[in-house]
Design a protein around this ligand. Structure first.
Ligand SMILES: [Zn+2]
Length: 102
């Protein structure tokens, strides 16, 4: 069985990414699969969270290098049962500060 009990944080190191409007969050938490991102949602994956395919919004040893090309990536951490697979954050206050300065 493929456990979904680890997460990594990924962040776009480009400061401009944090001031662009839009849906793309430049930092977020995603599932880390030490045995490889599975091709389909593994058992236990929440039904209300889309699983779009291996390596797209999950990280494993095979895809960590390609994630690292344009993201900073944390070490994996083990999380308690019930932790959401992904957590995306917005940057409204950061955008306001940058726009106030310019
Ligand atoms: Zn992967």
């Amino acid at each position: 069985m493929t456990a979904i009990d680890q997460r990594v944080f990924v962040a776009d190191p480009d400061a401009d990414a944090y001031v662009r409007t839009g849906d793309a969050a430049p930092m977020g938490m995603v599932v880390y699969f030490p045995g490889g991102c599975p091709p389909v949602a593994p058992p236990g994956w929440p039904e209300d969270v889309d699983y779009d395919g291996a390596h797209l919004f999950t990280v494993c040893p095979a895809c960590a290098d390609s994630w690292g090309l344009d993201h900073l990536m944390s070490d994996p951490v083990r999380v308690p049962a019930g932790t959401p697979p992904t957590l995306q954050v917005s940057w409204t206050a950061q955008r306001a500060r940058v726009h106030a300065r310019t």
